[in-house]
Ligand binder design. Structure first.
Ligand code: C5P
Length: 399
C-alpha cells in the first residue's frame, strides 16, 4: 500500500506518545519506512531505543548533533520524506508550527520542510478548546497542513471531550489516503452511509438506529486500496472515514441529489439506512399541543429509492452497484428478491434482529448475493467485513 514511501514521524511529548510506536509498526506493515524524530519532551514518554527498534532506523533527537550533521543535515532530513507526520502534535508543537519557531530539531524540520505535513493533535480537552490553540490550528489548516483527529472520549487526565490522539489505524488511513497506491488507484467509488433524518417540523424528525459504522469502515477500506472515495453520509455516530471526500446530508432527497452530483463513479455502495418515508408536509414552525389533546396526524409519502434510481439502466450507471439488505426474517430469500427488484449487481445481506447485536454493534455477519448465488461470510468485525468487501470490489473492477 505504501510501497516504500518514507514518513518522517515527529513524536511530541504527551501521554499519547506511546501510540506513536504502534503507528510505526502499522506504517511498516503497510510497506512504508519511518524516520523517527523525538522531541525532548517526547523522549520522556518514548525512548529513542524503542522507536529505533520498531522503525529499524536511526532516531533523530538533537538539532546540534554534529555527527548527524555530517551524515544528514536538518534541511536534508526534512526533505527526505514523502510526508511529515506529527503524532502526537502537542499544544506546544502546534503553537511553534503556527508561529514559525525553530528552536529545536522538530520545529526546525517543520520550518525547513517543503514536504506535505499531517498532524495528529493530542492534549487535554481545555487545552484543545483554548482560543489560542484553536487559532493556531486554524492558522495551520489555512497553511495547508492536514489534521487527523483529535477524537473525543475519556482522557488520561480524567476529563472527557475532544483531545484524544486519533487511533493509530485512523492516522495510517490518513497517511495512505495521501500517499498510498493500490488496486483501486484511479477508481472513483461512491459510498452512502448512516441514517437519514426526515423532518416533522423544525425541531423533530423521523430517524433510525443506523450508526454508520459499516459504511465508514467500507469507505476507509476502499481508501486504503487507493480509491478516490465520495462518502455521502446522513447524521451518523461513527467517525468519518479519513481520506474520503465527505458530503454530509440530512434527508433522503438531499442524499439523492448528492449521489447524482457525485456520479460518474466506477462503483457505488449503498450502505445508508435511508428512511422509506418522509412527512409529506413538514411544517416551518414547531407543532404545538392542542387544547383538545388530539395528537397531530402525520401523513407520510415515499422517499426516492436512491439505489434503484442509480442501478437502473442509465448512461452514468457505475460498473458495479452494491446494495445492502438489513433483514430480520428470511434474510437470504428477501435479499435475493431485493437484488432483482432493485437491479443492483450485489446485495450484502445481514440479519439485524436485536438478538444479533449487529445494528449499532462492532461486528457483522453478512451474505453477499450476486447473479451466481449467495456467499456467507463468518461473523467478523465491521472493519474485517469492510476489507473483504473492498478487496472483492477491487477484483470485480479489475475484470
Ligand atoms: O428497500 P430497502 O430499504 O430494504 O433496501 C435497502 C438498500 O436500498 C440499501 O442498500 C439502501 O441503502 C438502499 N436504499 C436507498 N434508498 C432508499 C431506500 C433504500 O438507496 N430510499
Amino acid at each position: 500500500m505504501l510501497n516504500g514511501k518514507r514518513i518522517l514521524l515527529i513524536v511530541g511529548g504527551g501521554i499519547a506518545a506511546f501510540k506513536a510506536l504502534e503507528l510505526i509498526r502499522l506504517i511498516r506493515k503497510a510497506g512504508g519506512a519511518v524516520t523517527p524524530v523525538l522531541t525532548q519532551a517526547g523522549q520522556e514518554f518514548v525512548t529513542p531505543l524503542s522507536a529505533s527498534a520498531l522503525a529499524a532506523e536511526k532516531v533523530y533527537t538533537d538539532l546540534f548533533d554534529l555527527t548527524d550533521e555530517a551524515e544528514m543535515g536538518h534541511i536534508e532530513l526534512s526533505r527526505s520524506a514523502d510526508l511529515v507526520v506529527v503524532a502526537p502534535a502537542t499544544a506546544d508543537l502546534i503553537a511553534k508550527m503556527a508561529n514559525g519557531h525553530a528552536n529545536d530539531l522538530a520545529s526546525t524540520l517543520l520550518m525547513a520542510t517543503d514536504t506535505p505535513v499531517l498532524m495528529a493533535p493530542a492534549m487535554n480537552v481545555r487545552m484543545w478548546l483554548h482560543p489560542a490553540n484553536q487559532r493556531n490550528v486554524a492558522t495551520l489548516e489555512a497553511d495547508g497542513i492536514a489534521c487527523v483527529g483529535p477524537d473525543e472520549g475519556d482522557m488520561a487526565c480524567g476529563e472527557f471531550g475532544p483531545g484524544r490522539l486519533a487511533e493509530p489505524e485512523a492516522i495510517l488511513d490518513a497517511i495512505i489516503a495521501r500517499l498510498g497506491e493500490g488496486p483501486l488507484t484511479g477508481k472513483h467509488v461512491l459510498v452512502t452511509s448512516g441514517p437519514t433524518h426526515e423532518p416533522i417540523d423544525p425541531v423533530r424528525y423521523i430517524a433510525n438506529r443506523s450508526s454508520g459504522a459499516q459504511g465508514s469502515a467500507i469507505a476507509s477500506a476502499l481508501v486504503r486500496l487507493g480509491a478516490r472515495v465520495t462518502f455521502v453520509t446522513g447524521p451518523a455516530d461513527a467517525p468519518h472515514p479519513q481520506g474520503a471526500n465527505i458530503v454530509p446530508v440530512q434527508t433522503a432527497d438531499e442524499m439523492l441529489s448528492a449521489v447524482n452530483a457525485a456520479l460518474p463513479a466506477d462503483a457505488a455502495i449503498f450502505a445508508a439506512a435511508v428512511a422509506d418515508w418522509r412527512v409529506e408536509s413538514a411544517t416551518d414552525s414547531k407543532i404545538k399541543k392542542t387544547k383538545t389533546g388530539k395528537p397531530p396526524a402525520l401523513k407520510l409519502s415515499e422517499n426516492p429509492d436512491i439505489l434503484a434510481t442509480v442501478a437502473r439502466k442509465r448512461k452514468d450507471r457505475p460498473k458495479l452497484v452494491i446494495g445492502f439488505a438489513a433483514e430480520t426474517d428470511d434474510v437470504i430469500a428477501n435479499a435475493t428478491a431485493k437484488r432483482a427488484r432493485k437491479k443492483c449487481d450485489w446485495i450484502v445481506a445481514n440479519d439485524v434482529s436485536p438478538e444479533t447485536g449487529i445494528m449499532g454493534g462492532t461486528e457483522n455477519a453478512v451474505t453477499v448475493i450476486d447473479k451466481d448465488g449467495a456467499e456467507s461470510w463468518p461473523r467478523a468485525s465491521k472493519t474485517d467485513v469492510a476489507r473483504r468487501l473492498a478487496s472483492r470490489i477491487a477484483d470485480a473492477l479489475a475484470k
